[in-house]
Design a protein around this ligand. Sequence first.
Ligand SMILES: [Zn+2]
Length: 138
Amino acid sequence: MSEHSGKVCPQSRPGTEPYWQACKRHEFLIQQCKECGNHQFYPRIICTSCSSRAVNWIPASGRGTVLTWTVVRRAVSNAYAAEVPYVIALIKLQEGPVLMSIVRGCEPESIHAGMTVEVSFEEWSDQVSMPVFVTTSG
Ligand SMILES: [Zn+2]
């Protein structure tokens, strides 16, 4: 059994397959509008800026900064018990979109707004490589 056995894994849904397939290859994708250049995440079928349906998947830098965070101190199940305390943060990607993710690589007390992070991947199941973020600055 892996260290991630029993965790709640996301299910691929219509429209999200390219994202999860890329994660499996340890590539981090976001969407970009062909009409106006807007970057967006999470995936949608139309551009959130101009409503065009011409949205493409593109490789993202995988880098961003912490906007805000919370520290999880009580595991929601035994599958997470070995990880508490851990950090869940809102991360502003270099391309602009904001996403929520786990941040690894620092003590929860040392995390702060503006901390730089980059994507990494954890194998949560045979089907799911979960993107998480690791700190790149103090
Ligand atoms: Zn657009």
